[in-house]
Design a protein around this ligand. Sequence first.
Ligand code: F6P
Length: 568
Amino acid sequence: MTTTPADATATPSWADLQRHHRDFRGDLRGWFATDPGRAERLTRTAGDLLVDLSKNLVTDETLEILVRLAHDVDLPARTEAMFTGEHINVTEDRAVLHTALRRAPGTQPPLVVDGQDVDADVARELDKLSAFADQVRSGAWTGVTGKPVRTVVNIGIGGSDLGPVMVYEALAPYGEGGPAARFVSNIDPTDVAQKTAGLDPETTLFIVASKTFGTLETLTNARLARAWLWEGLVAAGAIEDTDEARQAAVGKHFVAVSTALDKVAAFGIDPANAFGFWDWVGGRYSVDSAIGTSLAIAFGPDVFRELLAGFRTMDEHFRSTPLERNVPALMGLLNVWYVNFLDAHTHAVLPYAQQLHRFPAYLQQLTMESNGKSVRADGSPVTSQTGEVFWGEPGTNGQHAFYQLIHQGTRTIPADFIAFATPAYPLTDADGDGGAVRPGADVHELFLANFFAQTKALAFGKTADEVRAEGTAEHLVSARTFSGNRPTTSIMAPALTPSVLGQLVALYEHVTFVQGVVWGIDSFDQWGVELGKKLALEIAPAVSGDDEALAAQDSSTKALVEYYRAHR
Ligand code: F6P
């Protein structure tokens, strides 16, 4: 595989997009008024997802050129290269095979990459973590005093935290009756203190989740948790205050997930109680690996496998669907259009599902750690803008916070709206409010009415004449006018099941990949996080009182550390 990616900006289709953009005038009102087939023509399906692209600022011609761009940068070949294990993570010389974590059992031919029988290894680890999850759930696995596990605490950060916590929240209704899960990530000691508060050490199992098992935050939190466990067990008289008893407690209350099993052993966790994965799974692409062990325990291995099947559904769609109908490809190409031609700087993700309240945070790592790059895969500078800022909150909360800016601000903010036909908790408002809300109203329907209304308002706005026709005083007309033409994609599914969640996550994984291919960057490394980590270690002695280390700092950092030292 070449390490010199195609330069999208030098392709004929890019020149066509530039020409197209010069004459382009977004007109969603006009387009919908004159083209009754627009919604149907621009709606796609992928697995269980219905994806309405029609309220985006594109014409058929825009889409046609974007699809040509995808061909010009060899997207289909790059996709195949990813699925077949070529080393497309060039700066780390690694395959990128998160898709192998969810291949159908028994797929022929088996996937063998760099001499590794990937399918066999994935199946073995999945079986191992499933068996462990069953043991914990059934009570066969007990703590050191023989009590079953009531709470699992996942200790990890970044991809070793955001995926598990997002899925845990999203699938909460599937967890009833199983052990509860909590998630510790921040090295701020508040996190470990709050997440262990109220727990009984005798019934708590810690999962130390770290791909590298070298992450400062995670190992520090793991040591704090270990100390909490020991202190609690000794104080309760549950174990003797001896090294042997402490070590035995770790054996029953700590397991690990990592690619570095030697470091797991050095921490004192029996490698027999460790679940592995491989360097070809990026941290932010790892929720479907053993990093999801907390999920398999909380929901059961069957639900976890259903989640994986959902990922697989989207993988198959992405790999085999022609680009014109390929949802991740089209969404990725639309993002390129917005970033590189319509000057969008950010992208909102707005789930109309409270259970997805951590989904935007999860997507921030997925998209921004992947595509926040200024050099191409061959080390040359990028030739266009790259990664946009992803952000969001669940509707309707966002409506009462930041939607003002999306509706009437000066910037173009493409937004993805996500909703489900069936609610997890069907509730009716028996009394109504005597006005807008009728007695017996289905609250989910009210919720969805907001979902439908928002994309409509953003697309079509409200003209000054319409505002005037309502009798608005002339001096208020401009403030109450909505320009419309604010682009949105609506994604709907029947319900937020484990499979649908897997489909959604894989959708965004592939959207991210598509954008990275167009920009010619390595979407699978993350060198940008290294410098801060290194400097934190260098500054730590100054913070603790080392004057020589303090003197070595720049004047701003020095003054800030001095402030801390004076006020601690
Ligand atoms: O610092 C960034 C990062 O490397 C992420 O890519 C990763 O998800 C996170 O740290 C945690 O890494 P690990 O799983 O190795 O502890």
